[in-house]
Write a new protein. Structure first.
Length: 188
């Protein structure tokens, strides 16, 4: 893990029902361990059901709805995976707009597993170097992304990884990119 600090940096975690639990909890803890302040943002208020594969995991309290959230209030965005989570978020217009604003504001975005589906619908992957869970590669390529099968890919503040097995590398690069701050090449 990186020795970098992100003290005082606010990191939005955008997710909904069906999130892959470890893809939420592991980066969340990495942000906290580096001094950052994670916030759970979701389409609806209340509690969200996470999953460990196909088994129900824990539930998590929503801190802020995506309709109430303002990207300007955060330093970075994390998009955990989980098929159901990612499939629901990708068609949510508020979620698309929220994610797109991080790119417009040149802020770091980290997305793992199925999380990049939202980035396709937000219109921010054309020409970008990315990875994801292998089943998304055709979707990402069709959206104009340069997809590769690597544990972590970093492109001007955009961090992507394939699956939970890549979390150590993903978390390290997430903290590194947040500590670096704005990235001029991070654009919508």
């Amino acid at each position: 893990m990186s020795e970098r600090t992100i003290a005082g940096k606010k990191v939005a975690f955008l997710l909904t029902e069906g999130v892959e639990q470890v893809e939420l909890t592991s980066p969340w803890q990495a942000v906290k361990d580096a001094g950052g302040e994670p916030t759970l943002v979701a389409p609806s208020s209340g509690r969200l059901q996470a999953f460990n594969g196909t088994d129900k995991g824990d539930t998590f309290n929503v801190d802020l709805t995506v309709a109430e959230a303002d990207a300007a209030d955060f330093d970075a965005l994390v998009l955990p995976g989980g098929v159901v989570n990612a499939d629901h978020l990708r068609v949510d217009k508020d979620a698309q707009d929220f994610a797109r604003k991080f790119f417009e504001q040149h802020k770091p975005v980290a997305s793992i597993c199925h999380g990049p589906w939202l980035l396709i619908d937000a219109g921010v992957v054309r020409g970008r170097n990315v990875t994801s869970y292998h089943t998304l590669q055709t979707d990402l390529k069709n959206a104009g992304a340069n997809w590769t099968d690597e544990e972590v890919v970093v492109d001007q503040g955009l961090v992507t990884s394939r699956s939970p097995k890549d979390l150590p590398a993903f978390n390290g690069k997430l903290v590194e990119e947040v500590s670096e701050g704005l990235h001029a090449g991070q654009t919508a």
